[in-house]
Design a protein around this ligand. Sequence first.
Ligand SMILES: [Zn+2]
Length: 914
Amino acid sequence: MLLENDDSVNRRELLRELVRQARFILSLPLTQAVISLSEPSETTATALRSKGDKMNDNELLGSNDPYRLPRHVIPTRYDIRLEPDLAAATFSGHVTITLMVKQETQTILLNATDLRIESTGLEGTTGRKIEATVELEPLLQRVRLSCRQPVTPGEWRLHLSFHGRLNDQLRGFYRSTYKDASGMVQTLAATQFEATDARRAFPCWDEPDFKAVFATTLVIDPQFTAISNTSVVSESVEESKKVMRFADTIKMSTYLVAFVVGRMQPTKPVFVGRTPLRIWTVPEKQELTPFGQEIAVASLKFFEEYYGITYPGDKLDLVAIPDFASGAMENFGAITFRETALLVDPRAGTHAELGRVADVVAHENAHMWFGDLVTMSWWNGLWLNEAFATFMEMLAVDAWKPEWKRWETFSVARAAAFSVDGLMSTRPIEYEVQAPKDADAMFDVLTYEKGASVLRMLEQYIGPTVFRDGVRRYLRTHAYGNADTKDLWTAIGAVAQQPVPELMNGWIFHPGFPLVTAEMDGQTLKLSQQRFTYLKQEIQPEQLWHIPVQIRLTKDGRTEERQLLLTERDATVPIPSDVTAVLVNAGGHGFYRAHHRGSLLQQLLDQSRDHLAPIERFNLVSDAWATTLAGVMPLDEYLALTARFKGEQDKNVWAVLLDSFSFLNRIIAPNDRASLEALVRDRVGQAVKNLGWDPQPGESDLIRQLRGDLLGALGRKGNDQATQQQAVEWYRQYRKDPSAVDPNIVPALVTILAYVGDETRYEEFSELYRTASTPQEERRYLFSLAMFRSPELIARTLTRTINGEIRTQDAPFIVAAAMTNVYVREQAWEFVKTNWDQMDRLFPKQGLRRMCGGIVGLATPELEKDVHHFFTARKIDFGGKTMDQYLEQLRVAVSFREREGRMMPATLASAIQS
Ligand SMILES: [Zn+2]
């Protein structure tokens, strides 16, 4: 099944879009962009005509999709010379693109946007020259070159000069600023091209399957240095400018090209084989590099071994950029990061913060093969890049630090994918993409976390060695090229000698996931599958998956595993009479939820301590909570279940428990909140007492992290006054001597103090945010500013998200945090409505989209109505199904409130007694 692939629908949508964009551009002030507009309404008409008449006339331009370039002219090499002026925030450049013309043509189409393109001409191998005129098509982000004479098949060189602006939008070629040690503002220039923003830096064939070689030259001020994808081959001086020439890249996609220019400093290289690996930072932050470099080296070695292919570049640089829209970007050989994802002080960082750096670094390194060496053909297949990098990140970090039990923590990520994939407005992992904003919308939990989850399921089903060999075969077959999902299945299937497409297609090409219901009928286990949804709706036609179901039977303290592939709606399994417990989804790797009915659940709960692994206990709670939200399990049953976990010591199991309490906190009426706080104290209090505040000798990092998580929950969600008072005392000690307190509890101290904090505390935390010595500390104090309960203080925080005090890479997340703060959410929402236009202009697009995710916190019927009204009236659309998903998540919360809200205090009170 594929979603609305009806061409007539797409055409209508395109028409609407073009007309809307044309109006938008006409209403822009002329200074807004560097684009030289060629009469927008004309262009609109041309674009539409070319889609119909003209394209039929000229089959060379015969793509039906105006966002795709025709294939009769193929770039093979770019010689790029760029001269950024950091002070003026502009750049100029020249590119010579070597082209292979396959069929005679007089029209060449390529991508460019927000660029002024000056001159052009083609040059043949024999020296023949053809002039061409340039026409920009801003709505389609294209350049149309009309050649004076026909360009004959063969090799040509296209020359283009261009000018652009270093923008503040954190995409394309952009400007980032920071304060140095003396308080001076410094500027650097960096790039972020994925998905479709290379065209903002130089004219190019900006689609992932137009792979080419890139040879970059950067002309910069002598006090700066420059980083690009490859090693520097020469450095010279021309007219008082530094000219840095970089080696040719491998054949790769445009979105992987990168340039960074500024006062950057590298670490000493560590060699992995022949590859020098360095970490780059702004000059003040070099001492925060060792941890990141260690995992970078370890994971690069791991991947060379796992993939059986040495790293394909000539060097690897990991670069921390002060302003960065996402977490990191896998530019080949020059990976860029936001500072929190690369730089950390291991003595001051929490387990979660160190884990984040390890994950992101390993993820990006994995991309050097998955994504960079072999690339998806088009953005619909983004999961081939991202799901694999996410999966590989787990493997590498797990191999590096087995004691972190990375695959167990992955449960939390899998649950995040479930929570979106249980919506009616979910989408298949592989999903149609046309416009750039649709490509942007693909970067979500479905691509990353669901994708990685189904890979894990497959790996466990066919076996890790077979899976790895299939991956090796896939990479070898498609190296330096592009591939689709079917290519992956072909490679893995050939090694596994199993029909992998039949097994996997349901998980990749269909939306949603199954709920497997398990029930005993005499000595028979009855299993059935149906699509899991939070909101009751008929699903037509009925969807079935091929589900590898792992079952564990327990008898006399011994266990036995059974595996079956559930392909029909129902199946039965005979169970020996002496079996005392049956677990569906043993091992916990299946991407489905299990509903153990009646006695099955009771038996599991009775034995959970001894017979269930942490990941299985996690699933038991997570599945129970999800079925409660869906109205399958009554709330009182779920709350009774949580009582069984008071002695739990796994941080992931606690994460799902605490998450369910947070959800209840968002929907409970303010007057009833005390009853929820009492429940939280009851469930969490004993575990906190068991752990104490001081770390014990020999204790694992995971337990230390758990202590912090539980203290934070008890102090805030439980509103526990003893904990709050103690937090004040511990924080005082911490400020006197940071080494006196385990770093894992510091975030809890800060959030509790914000929760109970007054203006003095607010000012203290604001100052600590401004003067923080690590990116993690900066982030911690910044986010605390959204956790105060006083409307007056929150008003200050909100103002700072749009007045330039808070970086735009962070501001949207602060607004989202305020919208999920139940004490001030109405105020935060009002602020969003009032300042929408300014936020739209200031924030990176990606950040704005993530900010809107905060509306799930607005879980009252009145706010829900208002949210709908606002987004509909403003016609806000982030591409794909993003907005629908946010709204449906809000609906799930509000409908739960409508169902359970009135009885909530009584339900909670009786749950405490049970
Ligand atoms: Zn990635």
